[in-house]
Design a binder for this molecule. Structure first.
Ligand code: C2E
Ligand code: CA
Ligand code: CA
Ligand code: CA
Length: 279
């Protein structure tokens, strides 16, 4: 729809149309994806910058569509949120992630923590915390082994359910992490509202660390702020050793990113944990 060529929308129209059709199709297919077993989880480990040891892993959902192939969560999570499928999808992710975590704590790493992304819409569901508690009980996983990552993207509505969920989650020992910290417009209202145990510094702030001075200052400031709030801090999207050294030097607690590992299929994560296992 460019101003330079007024007629050009005609050319673009079919694309917009097929994008829209693809969206509708994905949205319809997504309703069945959970039941058909088309979702899978990859796990990206993260390490403590103090000890150098693996501390846990983040569960990242993928959709193996029978015709369209592997679809990224960036493409279907927003659709799931729009249609309400996020509730069933999110529950499946919790179930699967917690099941694996329980197994890995027994076999590989007794203090392994599983980090699971949850949509704010899930937190607004009055039964959310009870469902989480029930899944933990099923797999005999203590609350301390679970961390829920909430992205500060959506505006934080004033729903009473959020507060009661957060209260119960906290009582269970489950930590809340703010994901992509600093990218939303609501960072400070989240901090005021949430009992935050962790801040995850978004990749975009770390990409040009340490050579870019303003990025580096911002990162140091977020680490200090997290610690002032009694939260630990993770640097995300760490791809090189210079970034990791910068974070370690400035007291950041955890690092996650391709430098440590790409997101892995469950069996590959098991190999990773076996190799990293302290004897
Ligand atoms: P996120 O939570 O910020 O996850 C980190 C994303 O960065 C992942 O992409 C991961 O593969 C990628 N990443 C990690 N390390 C590096 C690195 O060193 N370099 C680069 N270039 N990328 C890195 P992914 O798996 O495509 O996930 C995208 C987003 O989808 C996630 O962002 C999260 O917001 C959302 N998501 C994923 N799984 C779930 C889920 O189960 N539920 C919900 N609600 N959202 C999810
Ligand atoms: Ca995340
Ligand atoms: Ca993130
Ligand atoms: Ca993100």
């Amino acid at each position: 729809l460019s101003r330079e060529s007024p007629g050009s929308w005609v050319r673009f129209h079919p694309d917009i149309n097929s994008n829209w059709r693809r969206r509708n199709r994905l949205q319809a297919d997504l309703r069945q994806a959970v039941a058909r077993g088309e979702l899978l989880l990859n796990y990206q480990p993260y390490v403590s910058l103090k000890s150098g040891k693996v501390a846990g892993a983040e569960a990242l959902v993928r959709w193996q569509h029978p015709e369209l192939g592997l679809i990224s969560p960036a493409d279907f999570i927003p659709l799931a949120e729009e249609s309400g499928v996020i509730h069933a999808l999110g529950e499946w992710v919790l179930q699967e992630g917690i099941r694996h975590a329980a197994q890995w704590r027994q076999q590989y790493l007794s203090n392994f923590v599983i980090s699971i992304n949850v949509s704010l819409l899930q937190l607004e569901d009055a039964r959310f915390a009870e469902v989480v508690a029930a899944i933990l009980a099923t797999y005999h996983l203590p609350g301390e082994a679970l961390e829920l990552e909430v992205t500060e993207g959506l505006a934080l509505r004033n729903t009473p359910a959020i507060d009661s969920n957060l209260q119960l989650l906290r009582a269970l020992g489950i930590a809340i992490a703010i994901d992509d910290f600093g990218t939303g417009y609501a960072s400070f209202s989240y901090l005021r509202r949430f009992p935050v145990e962790k801040l995850k510094i978004d990749k975009q702030f770390l990409d040009h660390v340490p050579e870019n001075e303003s990025s580096s200052n911002l990162v140091r400031m977020i680490v200090a702020m997290g610690h002032t709030l009694g939260a630990s801090v993770t640097g995300e999207g760490i791809e090189n050793i210079q970034q990791a050294r910068f974070l370690a030097r400035h007291g950041c607690d955890y690092a996650q990113g391709y430098l440590i590992s790409r997101p892995l299929a469950p069996n590959a994560l098991e190999q990773f944990l076996a190799a990293a296992r302290p004897l």
